[in-house]
Design a protein around this ligand. Structure first.
Ligand code: GLY
Length: 317
């Protein structure tokens, strides 16, 4: 059987390479997706996931994460968890529980501590400076506090035909304490059924959850649509509906892979992602909304990658 991995944003690429390596060697979809997300969580220059993630308005890093097994539908999730290096691993551990498998706040953090997950202060000096600068800017320029919500969401397919989905995020920068986005919510931030495929989201959680977009994409793939058709048909009409009935739509993007390793994406903003399957090695691509409910996809340029690297490592004063 074939295998494959797709994940949101350029930041997932190194994790996608590791996941594909696991899958190529007959590894399990669950191990591959956890390794992928752990790789992003550990990298301090990514401001919206794990260590180095930006805090809420009180300066506290509150993270959301989820894990889903596409064979059994087992789900584990955490929201508002603090001081835990790998929130997705806690979520995966919770997916073994029939009861109490979605834990929030202190309950989630206590579970992680009791089960010997790595505990660290997730607020890096760099993230703290960005937070302090933003507080000052908001005071001086009366700015909207919210910025940045680049969740890592991923789908993996292994050679045995099993699939898994996972997400991890520190959520909206400057969010209110206790705010939770789409990432830990089944059907909104992620969904996977090994007999069909999976989908995962990034972007403004408050709007993604209005459309249960990950589930909708999987449902459409289950009706026979290709991953790209399912993404286009779930996302673009919903954005129009949201604008008409709610007055606006935040930025969001979704990725999907079916049980044959075929993939698709849809987005209302410039969006990078990483994808690999049995026939093509992992690569970073750029998606943009195209005409008439379509998505245009192009290879990423070296110029873009260089500028990205420079941007994420720019010294903060
Ligand atoms: N999609 C992540 C969030 O809204 O928190």
């Amino acid at each position: 059987m074939t295998y494959g991995t797709i994940a949101t944003w350029r930041m997932a690429h190194e994790g996608v390479i590791k996941a594909q390596d696991i899958l190529k060697k007959q590894g399990k979809a669950g191990d591959a997706v956890e390794t992928l997300i752990n790789t992003v969580e550990a990298y301090p220059y990514y401001k919206s996931v794990g260590y180095g993630g930006l805090p809420n308005e009180q300066g506290i890093v509150e993270m959301d994460a989820a894990y889903m097994d596409g064979d059994s539908f087992a789900i584990g999730a955490v929201a508002g968890i603090q001081n835990v290096k790998h929130a997705v691993s806690v979520a995966r551990s919770l997916s073994d529980e029939h009861f109490n498998s979605f834990r929030v706040g202190t309950g989630a953090t206590q579970y992680a501590m009791q089960n010997n997950f790595e505990i660290v202060n997730m607020l890096t000096p760099r993230a703290k400076k960005i937070w302090l600068n933003r507080l000052a800017e908001m005071r001086e320029k009366n700015l909207n506090p919210y910025d940045g919500h680049d969740t890592v969401g991923a789908i993996t397919l292994d050679k045995q035909g099993s699939m898994a989905a996972a997400t991890s995020t520190s959520g909206l920068f400057m969010k209110k304490a206790g705010r939770i986005g789409d990432s830990p919510l089944s059907g909104s931030g992620f969904y996977v059924d090994s007999e069909i495929g999976g989908a995962a989201a990034t972007g403004l959680g408050e709007d993604i959850m209005k459309g249960c977009l990950s589930y909708e994409i999987v449902r459409l793939m289950g009706e026979g649509k290709s991953p790209q058709q399912a993404c286009d048909q779930a996302v673009y009409p919903f954005i129009e509906k949201l604008k008409k009935r709610y007055g606006k739509a935040g930025e969001f993007s979704l990725v999907a892979m079916n049980h044959n390793g075929e993939w698709g994406v849809a987005t209302n903003v410039e969006f990078t992602f990483s994808v690999g399957n049995e026939t093509k090695a992992p690569r970073i691509l750029m998606a943009n909304p195209g005409p008439d409910h379509t998505t245009s996809i192009a290879p990423i340029t070296q110029e873009w990658l260089d500028a990205y690297e420079k941007r994420i490592k720019t010294p903060i004063n």
